[in-house]
Write a protein that binds this ligand. Structure first.
Ligand code: KIV
Length: 260
């Protein structure tokens, strides 16, 4: 088993797994020091490209951003999200997972579950590409946001889905917006780590979108904690720059490359 994957698996029931998203090297370079996992998420569709959902982001775009992210990674596990439409059947999924793996030199891919694609996970892992699953609110397949695990039918479905993902060979699974109680049950039941987003502290690890915690995205639901308002910091700097250019304060003689 790959060393980096083994390290993640060993954290279960011992240490919390820290995960964040990155779409570029400047961010991944910082995250790498503090995160176990860096995910090149298809959330870039909304966050970076201003699309209304994640459905239209292309495989080429994800690969391009992954190449940048990879440049900032030294020690953390880099996972690349497979975009919608890139894993419709086992053959296509294997072909595209191999392409992502080969081109980006990532450590694993993530695929969202539609409660049917377990064979796809099996096929990709058989090709020696580690897979992270994703259940609960899965933006590629669900039209409306809702917390899952509130009634008996949903609970049964979620637990079965998580177990099937583990059986198919995934090394971990994201639990997105699942009730605390069911996140706890799934985490206790599975042997692989669960990574929560909006799914309570009972999960083995946590993931959030970096732009959200930095206050850059403008998307702050209850499960997000904004650690800084970077928008305000950037605005202040840009405002000052603009003022200084207009008033001829910048560039200063100190900034001249030659002469006076
Ligand atoms: O695309 C993404 O950023 C994700 C995480 C939020 C889990 O899938």
């Amino acid at each position: 088993m790959l060393k980096k994957i083994k390290k993640i698996l060993e954290k279960k029931n011992k240490k919390k797994i820290v995960c964040l998203t990155a779409y570029s090297k400047n961010i991944s370079n910082i995250l790498d020091k503090y995160c176990d996992i860096v995910l090149v998420g298809d959330s870039m569709a909304n966050v970076l490209y201003g699309m209304k959902n994640t459905h239209k982001i292309s495989l080429e775009t994800i690969i391009q951003h992954s190449l940048s992210v990879k440049k900032g990674i030294k020690k953390s596990l880099m996972i690349v999200d497979m975009p919608k439409g890139s894993y419709r059947n086992p053959i296509q999924a294997k072909k595209n997972a191999k392409l992502i793996f080969k081109k980006t030199k990532c450590d694993a891919v993530k695929i969202e579950s539609n409660n049917k694609n377990f064979k796809i996970i099996k096929e990709i892992t058989k090709a020696n590409i580690p897979v992270m699953g994703h259940i609960g609110y899965t933006p590629q397949f669900k039209k409306k946001f809702k917390v899952e695990g509130k009634n008996k039918r949903e609970i049964k479905k979620l637990i079965k889905e998580a177990v099937s993902i583990e059986k198919a060979g995934a090394f971990s699974v994201v639990l997105e917006c699942i009730t605390p109680n069911i996140s706890k049950q799934i985490t206790e039941l599975l042997h692989i780590p669960t990574i929560g987003i909006g799914s309570s502290s009972y999960c083995d690890g946590q993931i959030l979108v970096t732009d959200d915690i930095l206050g850059l995205s403008g998307f702050y639901p209850k499960f997000v904690k904004k650690y800084v308002n970077i928008n305000r910091v950037i605005e202040k700097a840009v405002k000052k720059y603009s003022k200084e250019v207009k008033s001829n304060k910048f560039p200063n003689k100190k900034n001249f490359l030659y002469g006076k």
